[in-house]
Design a protein around this ligand. Structure first.
Ligand SMILES: Cc1cc2nc3c(=O)[nH]c(=O)nc-3n(C[C@H](O)[C@H](O)[C@H](O)COP(=O)(O)OP(=O)(O)OC[C@H]3O[C@@H](n4cnc5c(N)ncnc54)[C@H](O)[C@@H]3O)c2cc1C
Length: 278
């Protein structure tokens, strides 16, 4: 049984911002695939604002070389979107692996980010694309890097009165880019490990390497020291081995020793070997 709640359906961004400002303790719902689960488990949200049909949150634009993705766009739509496949292949791949067809048709990128699960599949790809979130209230508008928005597992700096309007991403062209995910089953399963990568090489050297690892640490992260080590380095087994050693060390430094690392770290090692060797 769901707890009782009042809901309003916003038809425009303006209307959503107005409801957010005027209602006491409001809660946004988009696809509801996270929120309804929480409500079924007994969590009370008395005033819910549905933004799933707000046209401004369902559009994608390209400005000054950056892509702006509406927060209510679903995983299904993003996984098959031509501009996303062309500019952010790891994001298209990750969205195509979320949950099941039903979840991908309901779940949105905004909900995935605002929920801030350590296992959220869209986060590692968005980290390597230096995503910036556009957060709006009736009075304010701020652009905040994704890395700063997620402050702890399932905790963000998004204010209750703020709407995540869009996500801006840096396209990556000329990179070998992708997303690798390990889960207990192919569908209906949360990611146990997710790795987004974008690698550029020239004449046997790494010219740029972007990596982000999810589901291993309290928050998905970019191993920046590993990226720096590889950038400009000759591509050989010694540097790849050292890069992987550093990545695994960093994870242990962030999280300490966890029982799941007995299988996660060897699997991650295998993924990184495959990805870096190309
Ligand atoms: C069976 C199942 C399988 C799943 N599998 C996966 C998986 O493989 N990978 C994965 O990453 N996730 C998975 N999920 C989680 C979920 O589907 C995703 O996180 C999804 O993207 C959430 O989007 P939503 O639109 O449904 O969010 P909602 O449930 O509508 O909202 C989630 C949170 O975000 C907030 N919110 C939503 N939109 C906005 C906005 N525009 N501005 C501000 N706050 C907002 C809500 O208030 C709420 O706190 C799964 C869920 C289920 C039930």
């Amino acid at each position: 049984m769901l707890p009782k709640f009042a809901s309003v359906i916003a038809k425009t961004r303006e209307e959503a911002l107005s409801w957010l400002s005027s209602l006491e303790n409001p809660r946004i719902i988009a696809g509801g695939t996270d929120l309804m689960v929480r409500m079924r488990a007994g969590k009370q949200y008395s005033r819910v604002i549905d933004v799933a049909g707000v046209p401004e949150l369902l559009t994608m634009t390209e400005t000054d070389g950056r892509l702006s993705v509406g927060s209510a766009m679903t995983h299904a739509r993003l996984s098959t979107s031509e501009p996303i496949i062309r500019n952010a292949r790891s994001l298209a791949m990750a969205c195509g692996l979320v949950g099941s067809p039903q979840i991908r048709n309901m779940g949105t990128i905004g909900g995935n980010l605002a929920n801030a699960s350590p296992a959220a599949d869209s986060i590692p790809p968005l980290l390597i694309h230096d995503a910036v979130l556009v957060l709006e209230s009736k009075e304010t508008r701020r652009r905040v890097p994704l890395e700063e928005v997620i402050v702890a597992p399932y905790v963000t700096s998004i204010d209750r009165k703020e709407l995540l309007g869009s996500v801006e991403i840096n396209p990556l062209r000329g990179y070998r880019e992708g997303y690798r995910r390990v889960a207990k089953r192919a569908t209906w399963a949360i990611s146990r490990l997710g790795v987004a990568f974008a690698i550029r090489e020239d004449k046997g050297r790494f010219t740029d390497v972007k990596l982000a690892i999810g589901s291993c640490t309290p928050m998905p992260f970019r191993p920046k020291k590993v990226e720096d080590l590889l950038k400009g380095a000759e591509k050989n087994e010694a540097i790849i081995t050292e890069a992987i050693r550093m990545a695994l060390e960093e994870i242990k430094l962030i999280s300490g020793i966890r029982p799941s690392y007995a299988y996660k770290l060897p699997v991650l090692k295998g993924i990184l070997e495959e990805v870096l060797r190309g």
